[in-house]
Design a protein around this ligand. Structure first.
Ligand code: SAH
Length: 385
């Protein structure tokens, strides 16, 4: 096995429990897409890692021990991950959730989600992609009940982004259950699946009645999953706004899957900043507003980054909120700390008084590395004006 000798700052980081190897620390690294033994300058063994270029970082520490990435090692990882998710496995109200979450389950670069009888693997670098037969066969030993699987490519290399991986093929679209609500999903159409599983607790709060009897506005709504959850939880009306044309039919599919009448539920294909102006012009106001933008977006006129511009979304939402209204502000930007996010919110409110009702982060199936704050990327703050 090749050795990689690291400097003292990387040594410190590794010892603090961070698994991601940052590109900044290894400017001249030859990326071998292979397993290496990590050692300090003084020759101390620090752990086993693999090197591979991905969107964030150049590799992952995968053990504090000298190990081989073989069946036995991977089966043990999957069994441990499975034991952490027993409550999900036993729940009859939830058939879709994350089975394996990168460094939260001690092996960065790969995630696996369950969608009913099927699994969805996401590969974040060329190393895990090259090892996928081994990874899949270990997975199948731990999850013999999974009928078939799909894969998503989340790094530059292969000339496809989605494919069937093994076993039975899933229907083009099918239903999963979450908090007793039905969502229509698809596993082989680009990188998206019709639902973002990491938001299931926030949807759970809506199903439990956070917006009961209320008029809800859902901004950056994608397939309107928050709106469906709210409607199932007794919301009187919902409006879902997304720029993507396709979002409308996908949103309607979720509503129909639950037998909901569409009369009080609107789907607007529009830029959110345009919708703010439209709503103001027409005197539209709401009791609950959900804001869940992409970390970075660009339209014809402007670029938007959560880190710099979130306060603008808040300020304009506050203008549309009824007195005593509730705001659910969400972001999945890992480059923004909770403190920075709260500052953006405070800036958006300016002089207007508000109080926090709850702060949510990733749910327990999206395991995190407790020693690495950036692995807990999701931040959802519910506020009352
Ligand atoms: N809240 C959603 C996920 C949002 S994903 C959910 O819970 O499922 C981000 C969405 O923002 C995408 O669907 C994208 O089409 C949309 N989007 C990006 N820029 C936008 C803009 N300027 N106005 C409206 N929608 C936008």
């Amino acid at each position: 096995m090749n050795k990689l000798i690291v400097d003292s700052s990387t040594e410190k980081r590794i010892k603090s429990g961070i698994q991601l190897l940052s590109g900044k620390d290894f400017p001249d690294l030859e990326l071998t897409d292979d397993v290496v033994s990590i050692q300090s300058r003084s020759g101390q063994f620090l752990g086993t890692a693999y090197l591979s270029q991905q969107n964030k970082g150049v590799g992952w520490l995968i053990s504090r021990q000298p190990i081989q990435v073989d069946q036995e090692f991977l089966v043990a990882l999957f069994e441990k991950a499975k034991s952490k998710r027993q409550s999900y496995e036993q729940s009859e109200l939830k058939t879709a959730y994350r089975l394996f979450n990168q460094d939260g389950d001690n092996f960065g670069g790969v995630t696996i989600d369950r969608y009913g009888d099927y699994a969805l693997f996401s590969w974040y670098n060329a190393f895990v992609y090259a090892q996928r037969e081994l990874i899949v066969s270990a997975f199948q030993r731990v999850y013999p009940d999974v009928l078939g699987a799909y894969e998503k490519i989340r790094f530059k290399g292969p000339d496809y982004e989605s494919a069937h991986l093994y076993g039975q093929e899933a229907p083009e679209t099918f239903h999963i259950l979450e908090n007793g609500v039905v969502y229509e999903v698809f596993l082989n159409d680009g990188l998206m699946t019709g639902i973002f599983l990491d938001q299931h607790e926030v949807r759970g709060g809506l199903v439990d009645g956070l917006a009961a009897g209320k008029n809800l506005l859902n901004l950056f709504s994608y397939t309107a999953a928050f709106s469906v959850a709210a409607a199932m939880g007794g919301a009187e009306a919902t409006t879902s706004v997304d720029l993507a044309k396709r979002s409308k039919e996908l949103s309607e599919a979720h509503f129909r899957a639950n037998g909901l009448d569409l009369e009080n539920h609107r789907f607007v294909v529009m830029d959110v900043f345009e919708y703010y102006k439209y709503a103001k012009r027409h005197g539209l106001t709401y009791d609950v507003i959900v804001i869940d933008p992409p970390s970075f977006a660009r339209n014809k006129k402007q670029t938007f980054s959560v880190a710099k511009d979130y306060h603008k979304l808040i300020a304009q939402a506050v203008d549309l909120l009824n007195p005593g209204g509730t705001l659910i502000a969400s972001t999945n930007a890992s480059n923004l700390t909770m403190g920075q996010f709260k500052k953006q919110i405070a800036k958006g409110f300016g002089q207007i008084k508000y109080r926090e009702l709850s702060v949510q982060q990733l749910p327990s199936d999206f395991t995190i590395n407790n020693n690495d704050e950036s692995s807990n990327y999701l931040k959802v703050i519910t506020l009352k004006v």
